[in-house]
Design a protein around this ligand. Structure first.
Ligand SMILES: NC(=O)c1ccc[n+]([C@@H]2O[C@H](COP(=O)([O-])OP(=O)(O)OC[C@H]3O[C@@H](n4cnc5c(N)ncnc54)[C@H](O)[C@@H]3O)[C@@H](O)[C@H]2O)c1
Length: 255
């Protein structure tokens, strides 16, 4: 069988990663760079450390100041990427916000902001990149969700609703775009080590107490664990996986 040049890793592919200035997003940039992809960082914060890390691996990096909830920003992002690279192959929808609030204290503003950042941004970025993916006959939309959607974790009605929405989105979109060589999948991520208070994270000890003892793999999830799954889903060889939610959480939830 003849192997197409692109079928060795992600050489020459163009990957946009939203929310990649820090955290999981930085690990995704590094991992996709290792596979040979050109990296586009889309964040509202300074992403120079991520850019340096991906460049050190050998990637060509384009760093853009993008508010993923702003329709104009997101459209401009797609236009700039097309101008610079002429193609968009991969969108990692990583931007998201975690916040605990008991439902009885949750305001409508908090609810709206949560849906805006975690879910509406996925609508906007997908709208922006889809024409280029269709044109290229290849696309990988990979959206970050959370294992809390399977667990019923308390104080997260707004977060879990948004992250379940992400799954609904990829399930339905997959049916429309699969025929163009485009896949849309979600990853339901568990609590990663970066969220622990000792690592500067924001997760309360009550949530940690609830989740950590129930992990069947006796070590914390690290960003590189999730990054390996992002790279796997991005590969051309994964083109048969579509509309799925892959659970990656050290074996807490069974899905
Ligand atoms: N870390 C975890 O334990 C965990 C667990 C489950 C799911 N997740 C999901 O993984 C994703 C990444 O999580 P993380 O912990 O690495 O996040 P993080 O909070 O560490 O980083 C988020 C990034 O998004 C950027 N950002 C915020 N608002 C933005 C906007 N409007 N436009 C563009 N960029 C914006 C921030 O500047 C930051 O760089 C999120 O979707 C999160 O819900 C994380």
């Amino acid at each position: 069988m003849q192997i197409h040049e692109f079928e060795r890793g992600l050489q020459g592919r163009v990957a946009i990663i939203t929310g990649a200035a820090v955290g999981n997003g930085r690990a995704f940039c590094e991992r996709l760079a290792e596979e040979g992809a050109h990296i586009v960082i889309a964040d509202i914060a300074d992403a120079s450390e991520t850019a340096k890390a991906a460049e050190a691996i050998g990637a060509t990096v384009l760093s853009l100041n993008v508010d993923a909830t702003n329709p104009d920003d997101v459209q401009k992002m797609a236009a700039e990427v097309m101008k610079r690279f002429g193609r968009i192959d991969i969108l990692v929808h990583n931007v998201g916000k975690y916040e605990e609030e008991p439902f009885e204290l949750l305001s409508f503003d908090q609810w709206r902001q949560m849906l805006d950042l975690n879910l509406n941004s996925l609508f906007l970025t997908t709208k922006a990149v889809l024409p280029a993916m269709k044109e290229g006959g290849f696309g990988r939309i990979i959206a970050l969700s959370s294992d809390t959607v399977w667990l019923g974790t308390p104080y997260l009605t707004h977060y879990v609703t948004a992250k379940m929405g992400v799954i609904g989105f990829v399930r339905s979109l997959a049916s429309e775009v699969g025929k163009y060589g485009i896949t849309a999948n979600a990853i339901t991520v568990g609590l990663t080590a970066i969220q622990r208070p000792e690592q500067g994270g924001r997760v309360s000890s009550s949530i940690l107490e609830h989740i950590l003892p129930s992990q069947s793999v006796q070590r914390a999830d690290e960003p590189h664990d999730i990054a390996n799954v992002v790279a796997f889903l991005a590969l051309p060889a994964s083109g048969i996986i579509n509309g799925q939610a892959l659970n990656v959480d050290g074996g807490v939830a069974r899905h």
